[in-house]
Design a protein around this ligand. Structure first.
Ligand code: GUN
Length: 295
C-alpha cells in the first residue's frame, strides 16, 4: 500500500493561522514582533530564502528588516551590525543567513547574536541548552520535522530513529530532539559503511545529506516513516530530495514529498521562534513594569 503523504504545505498553512493570531495579540496589546535578517553577498539560493522569509513576515504581520551586505563586508562591520540589532528593542529575532563568505569567522558571528534573539537556535549557549533539554530556541528545520511527526501522531518513545546527516543546522539538533522525546537514535552520514544495515531497522528515517536518491526502497522496513530534508537540483533543473520517492512511497507508512514537505515547515518555525522571542520580551517588560509599580 502507498504511504500517507505528510504535507508540509498543509501543516504549515494551518499553523500560519495560529501564528497570525499570536501576532495580532502581541501587536494589539504590546508591539509588533520584529525579525532582522542579514545576508552577506549574493548567493542565489540565499537571496531566494531571504526574500521568502521577508514575504512570510509580511503575510503574518511581523515587522521585518533585511540587511543586504556586500560580499566583502568585514568581520568587524558584520559584528557591529549584529550589536546594533541586539540593542534594538523593535527587533526580537536575528538571523544571519548561512553560508557566509569564506573570510568571515562564522562561529564568532553566531556567538555575537544575543541568545534571547537567536531564533535560529545556533548560538553555542542554545546548542548546549538543547543538549541538556532546555533550549530557548530549537533550530527551525528539525523543529518543523517534529511538528510534522506530532501532527500525524507518529509515536517516538522507544522507537528507533535513524538520522542520516550530521550538520549543525539539521542532523545534530534533529538527533537531540528525537532523543529528548524518548526515541532510540542512531546518527549516520552519507559515508556510513553499509547505511542500509542501520536504516533497515528504523521506525523513522530522517534524511539530511544533500545526496539525491540516497535512500531507496530496499533500505527501509515496511511501514517506516521517512522524512526527507534534502533539497537537491537535478541536471534537468527539477528539485528532488535525498529519498528515491517513487519507490520508497510504496513501502513506507508515512513519507514527506520534495518540494512541499519539510521546506515550508522551516519558514513557519522561524516565524514561530520570532513570535516566541517577542512573547518572552513582552513578559519580561511587564515583569519589570510590575516591579516598578510595587515600589
Ligand atoms: N541556510 C540554510 N538553512 C539555514 C537556516 O536554517 N538558518 C540560517 N541562518 N541559514 C540557513
Amino acid at each position: 500500500m502507498s504511504a500517507t503523504i505528510i504535507s508540509g504545505n498543509l501543516i504549515a498553512s494551518k499553523f500560519r493561522e495560529e501564528l497570525k493570531q499570536r501576532v495580532k495579540l502581541l501587536s494589539e496589546t504590546w508591539m509588533q514582533p520584529g525579525l532582522a535578517v542579514i545576508l552577506v553577498g549574493d548567493n542565489p539560493a540565499s537571496c531566494v530564502y531571504v526574500r521568502n522569509k521577508a514575504k512570510t513576515c509580511d503575510e503574518l504581520g511581523i515587522h521585518s528588516e533585511v540587511f543586504n551586505l556586500p560580499g566583502d563586508t568585514s568581520q568587524k562591520a558584520l559584528l557591529r551590525q549584529i550589536q546594533d540589532l541586539n540593542a534594538n528593542p523593535e527587533i526580537h529575532g536575528i538571523l544571519v543567513q548561512l553560508p557566509l563568505p569564506d573570510h568571515i569567522r562564522i562561529d564568532e558571528v553566531i556567538a555575537a547574536i544575543a541568545t534571547e534573539k537567536d531564533v535560529d537556535g545556533f548560538h553555542p549557549c542554545n546548542v548546549g541548552a538543547l543538549a541538556t533539554g532546555h533550549a530557548l530556541f530549537h533550530p527551525c528545520t528539525p523543529l518543523g520535522v517534529m511538528k510534522m511527526l506530532s501532527e500525524h501522531a507518529i509515536p517516538l518513545q522507544g522507537q528507533h530513529a535513524v538520522v542520516v546527516g550530521r550538520s549543525n543546522i539539521v542532523g545534530k539538533p534533529m538527533a537531540l530532539m528525537l532523543l529528548e522525546k524518548g526515541a532510540t537514535v542512531t546518527i549516520c552520514t552519507s559515508r556510513t559503511r553499509d547505511l542500509a544495515s542501520h536504516t533497515l531497522s528504523a521506525d523513522i528515517v530522517v534524511m539530511a545529506t544533500g545526496k539525491s536518491n540516497l535512500l531507496t526502497a530496499d533500505m527501509i522496513k515496511p511501514g517506516a516513516t521517512v522524512i526527507d530534508v534534502g533539497i537537491n537540483r537535478l541536471p534537468d533543473g527539477r528539485l528532488c530530495g535525498d529519498v528515491e520517492f517513487t519507490g520508497v512511497k510504496e513501502k513506507a507508512g508515512y513519507i514527506t514529498p520534495v518540494p512541499g514537505g519539510v521546506g515550508p515547515m522551516t519558514i513557519v518555525m522561524l516565524m514561530n521562534n520570532t513570535i516566541e522571542a517577542a512573547e518572552r520580551a513582552k513578559a519580561a517588560a511587564q515583569a519589570v513594569a510590575g516591579c516598578g509599580s510595587m515600589q
